[in-house]
Every structure is written in structure tokens, then in C-alpha cells.
Design a protein around this ligand. Structure first.
Ligand code: PHE
Length: 385
């Protein structure tokens, strides 16, 4: 008798849970909270990406909740660490969707990891908004996957244009991480743009991200090709080391990079060797816009005077854009949130006014940064056509 009762109870519970899932709503639909997941590299080799994005998200969350939340409910963000690994990112996304019943996902920052979790979000019909993944493949062919930043089609071209038109350079060598979607994609666009504008790629060398620490072989070949600048399309984890070893070998030309260089670690590892180098980014704390000033001040207040990097800004913007979309959707239903995200227009982000285009990407200005006197200095803006 007792067992029958328990079995009956279990069956009822299972039915209730199944009903919950089937509605497409998160479990939050029945509670006073709206639950959003964040897949982030809080640890591992690119930990500054995840930590910064999460800090930005939590600052936005605090502001959203202090103003009454979304749809009259408080918003909760559950962050799941992926240890900077693509497989772990997939596991994290699955956990957030099936265990926590999140109604939306924020993340990832690194393109390879966003590419890994996009199909998970798509299959579950849970909208995913990547704050900073710039590789075109991240959103391609998906209905539920978005980003609130520019893509590398624009970034790669902007760096090449800047180097050729502003710095007057023509001959480049490329050093790229062969095992990174981001690094390979950015290399391709940079190369194409240089060649289209009448410049030359005098040498191209590969390395393995997360494993190589000695780049002297590649740098020796680059030195012999005598470029006017080196384009390194990887992350901050290698950029500083590459600069150190280039200078040791007597290479004096500037080294250029993309947004993947944005971390205080670039300066810590690169030191004097990376002075005079340039990279492209999503924002600079030196910009004069009011949104930037307010954000930099609020971030410093919350995080002991810390200066926010681009991931912090993009995480902050992503959280606000997602909250705005859920509010406009009037529901936590995945498909309704997706439709609202797709309709995002002129959202006043810290990284610029954000409009989601038909391909689920944002078109925003690129900021060029020069590394000078041990800090990142604003060196110009490249506007999208
Ligand atoms: N754009 C990088 C990628 O796609 C990630 C990144 C975003 C790095 C923002 C720095 C700042 O992998």
C-alpha cells in the first residue's frame, strides 16, 4: 500500500515536471524569479575572459533588480564554469538547461566554445546570446543564437585597414593559432584585406594555442622574411610571450592583434616587449561617451577600483539586452525571447548602440588600442560602413 502510494506520488511529480518542460518555460515561470544561465571560463587558461564577463553581468543584474527586475520578477543568473574547455562548455550549457531550467543563456566569450554550445541551445530552443564571440560561424544557420558584438569579417578588415592606412605599413607576417576558430578566421580576413589593398603577406606561421610556449622557430622564419609588422591572431595567453621572444631575437617591428589580446595579462606577460604594439577592441575606458564614463565608475565602485576590460563591458551589455528582450517578449518562453532578441534596435550599450541584424550579429564601431607606458591607450575608432 505504502509503496503504491509513493509510486503514485512519483508519477504525479514526474508528470508535473514533464509539463513544466513541455511548456518551454523555465521553472521560473511558476516562481518569483527569472533564471538565466551564464557559461563562462571562470578558471583555466583564458580565465580573465569568463571572470570579466561575469563581473559585467553581475553589475548589470544588480542594476536591473534594484529597478524592479524583469516582468515584475527578480532575475537570477547561474554561472557554470567551463574551465576554458569546449567540451566542458557543452556540459555546462546542458546542465543549465536541463537541471536549472534557465530560460536563456549568456556566453560564451571564446568563439570555439560558443561554437560548441550553439547547437545545444538551438536544440533546446533556448536563446543564447554571446557577449564577445566574433567568429562568423557562431551564429551562422541558427535561429536561437545571437551575439551583441561585431564579427571578425569586420574586425580582421579593420585591423588591416588601420595598419595600412593609419600606420602606413605594407608587408606583414602572420602568426596564428591553428587550433582556434577565432585565430584562423581572423587570419583569413586580415590576409584577404591586406592583399586586396595592395599589401603583401611575406610569411605565415602557425602555433598551437594552450600548448606552445616556444615560438622561436616560427619567429626566426618571420625575421628572415623581414616584415614591417607581425599580425598575431591569437589570445592574450600567447601574445605577451610571442612579443618577448620576438624582441629576444632582435625583431623590432610592431606586433598587431585582435580583441583576443584584451587582458591585463598582455601587459603583465609582455612587459616592455609589447610596448608600441596595437590591437583592435570593442571599447576603451578612455572614450568620452557618457555610457562609458558611467560604466567605468560603477564597475570601479563594485570591484575595488578595477578598470573594466572589453569582456566586462560586453557581459554587462549582454545582460541588459537579454533583460530588455525578455521584458518585451512579455514571457520567458524561448521562442518569444528569441523573437524579441531578433528585434533589438538601437539598444544604448556601453560598447555602442546595438542593433541585432538579420544574421543575429551586431554592427558596432571598432576601437584601436596602442600599448604605451604599460597601459592600453585609445588610438582611434573604425566605423562600420
Ligand atoms: N572575440 C574573441 C573570440 O571570439 C573573444 C573575445 C571577446 C576576446 C572580447 C576579448 C574581448 O574568441
Amino acid at each position: 500500500m505504502r509503496w503504491t502510494c509513493l509510486a503514485g506520488l512519483a508519477a504525479t511529480l514526474a508528470l508535473a515536471l514533464a509539463g513544466c518542460n513541455k511548456s518551454g518555460n523555465s521553472s521560473s515561470a511558476n516562481s518569483n524569479e527569472i533564471v538565466i544561465g551564464h557559461v563562462a571560463s571562470l578558471t583555466g587558461d583564458t580565465a580573465t575572459f569568463g571572470v570579466s564577463a561575469d563581473e559585467g553581468i553581475r553589475l548589470a543584474l544588480e542594476q536591473i533588480n534594484s529597478k524592479g527586475g524583469v516582468l515584475g520578477k527578480q532575475v537570477k543568473v547561474i554561472t557554470e564554469d567551463d574551465r576554458s574547455l569546449s567540451d566542458e562548455a557543452k556540459t555546462a550549457a546542458n546542465k543549465l538547461i536541463t537541471r536549472d531550467h534557465v530560460c536563456a543563456l549568456l556566453g560564451e566569450i571564446a568563439s570555439s566554445r560558443s561554437i560548441a554550445i550553439a547547437p545545444v541551445a538551438e536544440d533546446a530552443k533556448i536563446p543564447m546570446l554571446s557577449p564577445g564571440s566574433t567568429n562568423p560561424k557562431v551564429t551562422q544557420g541558427y535561429q536561437y543564437v545571437f551575439r551583441n558584438c561585431f564579427t571578425d569579417n569586420f574586425q580582421g578588415a579593420a585591423i588591416a585597414d588601420f595598419a595600412m592606412k593609419q600606420l602606413g605599413l605594407k608587408q606583414f607576417a602572420i602568426l596564428y593559432p591553428a587550433n582556434s576558430d577565432y585565430g584562423v578566421g581572423l587570419r583569413d580576413v586580415f590576409k584577404k584585406t591586406v592583399e586586396k589593398n595592395g599589401g603583401q603577406i611575406v610569411d605565415q606561421e602557425a602555433y598551437t594555442e594552450k600548448s606552445d610556449v616556444d615560438f622561436r622557430g616560427q619567429l626566426t622564419k618571420i625575421k628572415n622574411a623581414n616584415p614591417q609588422a607581425i599580425f598575431d591572431s591569437g589570445y592574450y595567453t600567447e601574445a605577451g610571450l610571442i612579443a618577448q621572444q620576438a624582441r629576444e631575437l632582435g625583431i623590432t617591428c610592431p606586433i598587431l592583434g585582435g580583441d583576443g589580446w584584451d587582458s591585463d595579462q598582455t601587459i603583465k606577460i609582455g612587459g616592455k616587449a609589447i610596448e608600441g604594439c596595437y590591437f583592435s577592441n570593442h571599447y576603451s575606458p578612455d572614450e568620452n561617451r557618457q555610457e562609458v564614463k558611467d560604466f567605468v565608475a560603477a564597475y570601479a565602485k563594485k570591484y575595488n577600483g578595477k578598470v573594466p576590460d572589453a569582456m566586462a563591458v560586453l557581459g554587462y551589455d549582454a545582460m541588459k539586452i537579454m533583460a530588455d528582450a525578455i521584458q518585451r517578449a512579455g514571457s520567458t518562453d524561448g521562442t518569444k525571447i528569441r523573437d524579441a532578441l531578433a528585434a533589438t534596435k538601437n539598444f544604448p550599450g556601453v560598447s555602442g548602440s546595438t542593433t541585432i541584424d538579420a544574421n543575429h550579429n551586431a554592427r558596432k564601431p571598432i576601437v584601436m588600442v596602442k600599448i604605451e607606458d604599460g597601459r592600453f591607450k585609445y588610438a582611434g575608432t573604425v566605423n562600420p560602413e
